[in-house]
Design a protein around this ligand. Structure first.
Ligand code: P6P
Length: 330
């Protein structure tokens, strides 16, 4: 019989009642926002809401109208849940402090709509969340809350594609759910998902190879010319889509640092690399910045970028060994 995210959280919080309620409320907010965004994205072109808005977001990137709708949709739901102390979003420079029931509220870092350049060409996009316990005492500044937070308590992404998936990592497990558009329920088979240890897929934007450091250039050329068995390239250009395919089939995703303006890569630690690393780890995969496990990185700023290599443990181990940073304890 199918199970829902509610069943997953209830099952895994049977001995920890204090966090059960905020986690159920936050997961419900993510589900509700997912239903809203999936419906809007399906009709977007008909409603004229896929054009890029004139306003530029804090990252200086062109903002698609749907980016703002995603920001307002999820922020509004987290505000109404009263279970969230503060939300850090890719779409806002400073974290937003929300009215909440102080004693059990949690922190949310989110990318409300990741890969929005795919919207206008009807390609997959996603929403990414990491949920943290606030540091004690939680009197520090909004940014300080996120810079002193522990590792994620729960991580999630929504993937808006052929179907709408919700993937949750919590309490040592990663589970996959699919939206039933007729009932609005997210349903899964109740079993934990395991990242395949091996795989033949690598996902990266090879156009930037000339700006990579030499060991990474050598790794890619080895993959293409010498590795046996050989690998294939699959790249959607949206982290959630590329990650999800590799989570299901086995594979490795790489967004390395580049000489020039991407000296720390492109992806953000708190609401892109960290949740993906947590989801990978709970499924038996691993994520690094090329040198260390993403989950051991202490953020220095809330929009900090990091290089991201994430996927099947055998493939990430092979990458680390070939680029001179073998991972200990793997
Ligand atoms: P590039 C989307 O803009 C994003 O943040 C990720 O979702 C995606 O994996 C990456 O950037 C794509 O970047 O430079 O290959 O277009």
């Amino acid at each position: 019989s199918f199970r829902t995210p509610f069943d997953f959280i209830m099952e895994k919080t049977s001995d920890n009642q204090t966090e059960r309620t905020p986690l159920l409320l936050i997961t419900a907010a993510i589900e509700q926002g997912g239903r809203t965004m999936a419906s809007l994205l399906r009709k977007g072109p008909l409603l004229g809401i896929t054009g890029s808005a004139q306003i530029r977001n804090v990252q200086g990137e062109g903002v698609q109208t749907l980016d703002q709708i995603g920001q307002e949709t999820f922020l509004g739901l987290f505000r109404r849940s009263r279970a969230v102390l503060s939300v850090l979003s890719e779409e806002a420079e400073m974290p937003e402090v929300l009215p909440c029931d102080e004693k059990t509220s949690l922190l949310v870092a989110m990318d409300p709509l990741d890969g929005s350049s795919n919207i206008s060409v009807n390609a997959p996009i996603g929403s990414i969340f990491s949920i943290f316990r606030p540091p004690a005492p939680s009197s520090s500044s909004p940014e300080g809350l996120f810079l002193n937070a522990s590792s994620p308590l729960l991580s999630a992404y929504l993937l808006y594609s052929v179907s709408t998936s919700l993937v949750l990592a919590f309490s040592g497990e990663t589970r996959v759910f699919t939206l039933d558009p007729d009932t609005g329920e997210f349903l899964g088979d109740g079993s934990p998902w395991r990242f395949p240890d091996k795989g033949k897929i690598y996902s990266t934007n090879e156009a930037y190879l000339p700006r990579w450091e030499k060991p990474l250039q050598d790794y890619l050329s080895w993959i293409k010319k010498e590795r046996n068995p050989s690998m294939i390239l699959r790249y959607i250009g949206a982290l959630v889509g590329d990650f999800h395919r590799n989570l299901l089939k086995g594979g490795i995703y790489l967004y390395p640092a580049e000489a020039g303006e991407k000296t720390s890569g492109k992806l953000r630690l708190l609401y892109e690399a960290c949740p993906m690393a947590h989801i990978a780890r709970n499924a038996g995969g691993i994520a690094t910045d090329g040198k260390q496990d993403i989950l051991t990185i202490v953020p220095r700023s809330v929009h900090q970028r990091v290089p991201l290599i994430v996927g099947s443990v055998d493939l990430v181990r092979e990458f680390q060994e070939r680029t001179g940073h073998p991972l200990s304890g793997l």
